[in-house]
Design a protein around this ligand. Sequence first.
Ligand code: ADP
Ligand code: MG
Length: 206
Amino acid sequence: MDGKTVMACIDASHAALKHHHDEIASLDQAIGDGDHIINLLRGMDALVAMRAAIEAESLAGALKLASTKVLSTVGGSSGPLFFSLLSGMSKALSDDADLQAFARAFAAGVEAVGQRGKTGLGSKTMMDVLIPVAERFSTLATQGAATHDVLAKLPRVAEEHMLATRDMLATKGRASFLGERSRGHIDPGARSSQVMIEAICARLGE
Ligand code: ADP
Ligand code: MG
């Protein structure tokens, strides 16, 4: 895995987010201010525009480079959170990372998001997808699961936990202003995270 792999994951995420544009926009219109998908696609467009620089980097270098671009372009609450995910992963990675090392790096990235956003499970945010995926990833990697097995299982974990945000009460971010009225809507950040995880796993499995 190197900068080219990171760019392939960005391309896959970009295409999947564009495909789900209207749905993610409506989710954030329902319990936020409607800008989540616009914020993310602004970042994705900026990352695609720096393809050559990202592809020339190592795995950790490409994630670091992408993280700073995300911070300067995405904005909203989610910009600094996705920055923390990518930079947290980058700091934890070496260039000869195997599946276990990658699982540890993903867990470190998710931990960094938790510190930045001061939240864990159950607040109806992207963390309700990221934490269960990181945990299952670590378990599978520790058990010595094959890569194709991990890539098949993680999207299912992400989908199940994304759907579970529908009935949660939001206690963090803009959606928390709605109180009980936040129930009955899937969290937009949980949906966008799940869409990206699904797209990345599909691309890496090709
Ligand atoms: P904003 O809410 O500032 O408009 P976005 O629309 O870009 O930002 O992102 C909203 C998403 O960010 C939410 O759906 C939620 O998943 C996530 N989010 C908001 N606050 C937090 C937090 N403290 N920790 C983790 N995720 C959060
Ligand atoms: Mg918003």
